[in-house]
Design a protein around this ligand. Structure first.
Ligand code: NAP
Length: 287
């Protein structure tokens, strides 16, 4: 069977175009733009590239960007004071503190300083709790992007066996919660899981977020399964995923490539979250 390739690049482009239209409608209604504040402490080159990409993406859809950069030795109090100011600023709909932060700072503390209503990364304790309890809230961008990719592939989640490999707070745990909320039967695997291959072979929906190139072999994939590869592994030959794409494509009904699958959806969902945060904040003011 030749699997359908789920084109994350195309879906991300459509998602961004839809956000741009909705942003324009928001501006027409409210006379102001949604705004995203990014906070980068230090000069880690990879983080600077990520933040630059997010700011550029905001500008492209008409979201106002607030690009805050602090020196690598900025004291905790200075970063906290900035986050507190952004929490109070009505022009700022969403806040993102780029991780990792320098060693003298605590990334968990700084993330949790962000008001849950502006937590567009969906990574605060409050947002994670709201997700776990099935309450409305902002969801982490990469798992949310995977849900959109699954919908794009026409994957039936209700009653499906879904297997997530990886249990990080950033991806695996929120992914499992979103699948559960969509009525899948969810199994979460990790480095101590026994007989990973057999567990994966049960999956109607198999999602790999491990960080080990080509961990998932072709014979781990149930015939007809939908396979989502979240992994981003930089090899000498280029970027590759956690799934042996060529072999898995023989068994799967649909599969995401790396690159061009999950990756482009993450920023698209960040933009969606920023618009959503702006709408929710205005609804709250009006209520
Ligand atoms: P992480 O925090 O390092 O978590 C990796 C998870 O994989 C852990 O739960 C770990 O188990 C598990 N694991 C490690 N080796 C394993 C093995 N041999 N068998 C089964 N499970 C194993 O990583 P992450 O932040 O979730 O990211 C995972 C991958 O996704 C990375 O490649 C990352 O670059 C990529 N990613 C991509 C995007 C995107 O936008 N495309 C976003 C986020 C992440 P333990 O918990 O037992 O250690």
């Amino acid at each position: 069977m030749a699997a359908q390739i789920i084109d994350g690049k195309a879906l991300a482009a459509r998602t961004r175009a839809a956000v741009a239209e909705e942003v324009q409608a928001f501006v027409d209604r409210h006379g102001r733009r949604p705004g995203l504040a990014t906070v980068l402490v230090g000069d880690d080159p990879a983080s600077a590239v990520y933040v630059g990409g997010k700011q550029k993406a905001c500008a492209e859809v008409g979201i106002q960007g607030f690009d805050h950069r602090l020196p690598g030795d900025a004291p905790r109090e200075e970063v906290v004071a900035l986050l507190d100011r952004l929490n109070e600023d009505p022009d700022v709909s969403g806040i993102l503190c780029q991780l990792p932060v320098p060693d003298h700072l605590d990334g968990v503390e700084l993330t949790n300083r962000i008001d849950a209503r502006k937590d567009v990364d969906g990574l605060t304790v409050a947002s994670a709790g709201r997700l776990a309890l099935g309450m409305e809230g902002l969801r982490p961008c990469t798992p949310e992007g995977v849900m959109l990719l699954l919908a794009e592939a026409g994957a039936e989640l209700r009653g499906a066996e879904a297997v997530v490999i990886g249990r990080s707070n950033l991806f695996g745990k929120p992914m499992a919660q979103l699948l559960l909320a969509a009525n899948a039967t969810v199994t979460v695997c990790h480095s101590r899981t026994r007989d990973l291959r057999e567990v994966c072979r049960r999956a109607d929906v198999l999602i790999a977020a491990v960080g080990v190139a080509h961990l998932v072999k072709g014979d781990w994939v149930k015939p007809g399964a939908v396979v989502i590869d979240v992994g981003m592994n930089r090899l000498e030959t280029g970027l590759t995923g956690d799934v042996d794409f060529a072999a898995a494509s023989e068994a799967a009904s649909a599969i995401t490539p790396v690159p061009g699958g999950v990756g482009p959806m993450t920023i698209a969902c960040l933009l969606r979250n920023t618009l959503r945060a702006a709408e929710l904040q205005l609804e709250e003011v009006a209520a």
